[in-house]
Design a binder for this molecule. Structure first.
Ligand code: OFO
Length: 170
């Protein structure tokens, strides 16, 4: 049985993961229209991953006998100046999600809801991975001297992002 406080936090997270999925889907659309196919592929895949996160929490809540409420999802940002703005936006978005996940862990632990604490641990590890992933992308941009402007570096960054999940784990 989940407490009302934990139920609300988990429900908010379901909706936040749905929003995150749309944020990345919109980033993918921006990349597509700006000739950045590798980046579009990366953000599209990431959008699906967020959707899986949503499903995971959805399933946990229903397993616990708790109804999920899908709320109105805000429109994600759609205007970006450059690919660098998109990448920075993604990194900042992940930091916000990490704070939400840690708040769930903190609340679960302090209310002795060890089942939810155990469940949310997976997300703590996942957020660490995602921060590392986007951190490495930012590092690569620094190494290249990439600032988002058109040119050879943009082409290299686009190719790097095409395989970024694999590149970042090396
Ligand atoms: Fe990006 O990990 Fe879920 O939100």
């Amino acid at each position: 049985m989940l407490t009302p406080e934990i139920t609300k936090l988990l429900n908010d997270q379901v909706n936040a993961e749905y929003f995150a999925s749309n944020v990345y889907l919109q980033m993918s659309a921006w990349c597509e229209i700006n000739g950045l196919e590798g980046s579009a592929k990366f953000f599209r895949a990431h959008s699906l991953e967020e959707r899986e996160h949503m499903d995971k929490i959805f399933d946990y809540m229903t397993e616990c006998g708790q109804a999920v409420s899908i709320e109105e999802i805000p429109k994600p940002p759609a205007e970006y100046g450059t690919l660098m703005d998109v990448i920075k936006g993604a990194y900042e978005h992940e930091l916000k999600v990490t704070a939400m996940i840690k708040n769930i862990a903190d609340t679960a632990f302090s209310t002795k809801d060890y089942t939810t604490f155990n469940f949310i641990e997976w997300f703590i590890a996942e957020q660490h991975e995602e921060e590392v992933l986007f951190g490495k992308i930012l590092d690569k941009a620094k190494v290249l001297g990439f600032d988002g402007q058109p040119g050879q570096q943009l082409h290299i960054m686009d190719n790097y992002l095409r395989f970024a999940e694999g590149n970042a784990s090396k």
